[in-house]
Design a protein around this ligand. Structure first.
Ligand SMILES: [Zn+2]
Length: 437
């Protein structure tokens, strides 16, 4: 464990500390953040006293990415939620802008230190340790993922920064530097298997013991995880972060039964019903969207930020000793399709298709019939076949039946030959609207 005292603390003791931190953060918001002062006042909370404690958090309005985008457009470059002076800002990241204009994320020195600590906890859970030689495939570019390197340094790992798009260098790091671990997206781990096999390299010969995967859902899906683990003879653990909150804030321990909450003392997390916005209790098996509230943030504190990440909760006691709740991410609202009223996450379709692993490659592409979330007709699922496997209607029916049985959605399976679906060295796109009407 990176912060044993914090990570083994009882929930009740944690809650007490969080109450104090929340009340201080609220005072700070009213004093320094015109965005939140106005937003809370408009919602009928004229001062911190009117808000009350964490128990009343559910009465406060959410913050959305669109609001952050709007305030940055209106008050460039950082927006009215900037609560520190521009001179106190030590680093400026930006979001990828996949769902709109990119946003800036400014952090002060103490904000950066908090990110390092939170991420170090999550990556320690996910198997990164002091002295371990670890290949880092995240670029030190404009995105928050680049700050993961700071947390590896804090852990004391022997970092081998390679960045993305340089697979030969990744392979060389394993072969010549005897790297033991790699931090990458699950898509990249899958890409690496194909890359090795196309060149006659046995992935297991590389000696990689640990994959700490993050950046997209997938590393927690049984079929995908097993594919990576068996190809490399390695263990896969997931981590998850969110740009506006922390590069990494959830980390999965050796039990591999979901990612532990790693944001204690710095961030408060809620679970909500994404449809109604109502709070959902943290009970075992509960499913909902994660909502984050900063407890000690200087430059850009966020209050009830909707993550659009959907998770399933695991509250069972864990043998690793961490007392925090665990989650498995099942998908992102941004990728969601609603097919005749039923929610369909593309990652769930991929998971079902992966179960036909001996006959398919595992790569899929969903082609909805119309643009937008709502679909009246079954979307096409393009399934890539394994090498030397020929298309066959019986297999298509088998996959369609499995998808309908598990996900309650009708689809139309179409096959393409091995290698036809583009692979990604970063995050994979599973939905293709280009042919949609
Ligand atoms: Zn654990």
């Amino acid at each position: 464990m990176f912060d044993t005292e914090v990570e083994t603390r009882d929930e009740s003791a944690q809650r007490e500390r969080d109450e104090t931190a929340f009340s201080d953060q609220l005072e700070y918001l009213y004093r320094n953040s015109p965005f939140y002062r106005d937003k809370l006042t408009a919602a009928g909370f004229c001062d911190p006293g009117a808000v009350g404690g964490l128990a009343r958090l559910g009465a406060l309005p959410f913050t959305t990415k669109d609001e952050i985008r709007a305030t940055q457009a209106e008050h460039p470059p950082f927006g009215a939620h900037l609560a520190a002076t521009p001179e106190e800002v030590r680093r400026v990241y930006s979001t990828s802008g996949t769902t709109g204009e990119p946003c800036y994320i400014a952090v002060t020195g103490p904000d950066l230190k908090a990110w390092q600590r939170i991420s170090a906890r999550s990556y320690t859970a996910a198997g990164i340790s002091a002295g371990q030689r670890v290949v880092l495939t995240y670029n030190a570019g404009p995105f928050v993922a680049g700050a993961v390197m700071d947390s590896f340094a804090l852990i004391g790992a022997t970092i081998i920064p390679v960045g993305s798009g340089n697979t030969e260098r990744v392979i060389r790091a394993f072969q010549r530097l005897s790297a033991e671990a790699i931090a990458c997206t699950p898509s990249y781990a899958l890409y690496l298997i194909d890359w090795c096999q196309e060149r006659g390299i046995d992935p297991a010969s590389l000696g990689v013991r640990r994959f700490s995967v993050a950046g997209e859902p997938g590393g927690g899906e049984t079929a995908i995880r097993e594919r990576i683990q068996s190809a490399f003879g390695a263990t896969v653990n997931e981590a998850m972060g969110i740009a506006d909150v922390s590069p990494s804030i959830w980390g999965e321990c050796h039990e591999q039964q979901g990612m532990h909450w790693s944001g204690r003392d710095y961030v408060h997390v809620e679970l909500i019903d994404p449809g109604t916005g109502e709070k959902i209790p943290w009970t075992d098996g509960a499913e909902g969207e994660l909502v984050y509230t900063a407890l000690r943030r200087e430059a850009m504190p966020i209050l009830r930020l909707r993550s659009r990440d959907r998770v399933v909760v695991n509250t069972k006691p864990c043998t690793c000793g961490r007392k925090s709740v665990r989650v498995r991410c099942v998908g992102r609202t941004d990728d969601l399709l609603i097919v005749r009223g039923v929610n369909l996450f593309p990652t769930a379709v991929r998971s079902v298709v992966h179960e036909f692993g001996d006959r398919v490659s595992g790569a899929i592409l969903i082609r909805p019939r119309v643009r937008g979330i709502r679909q009246d007709r079954p979307p096409t699922v393009v399934v890539e076949l394994a090498e030397r496997v020929t298309p066959d209607t019986a297999l298509a029916t088998e996959i369609e039946t499995a998808i309908r049985a598990k996900l309650v959605v009708s689809t139309k399976v179409e096959f393409v030959e091995h290698g036809a679906i583009p692979r990604s060295e970063y995050k994979i796109k599973l939905v293709d609207f280009s042919a949609a009407g």
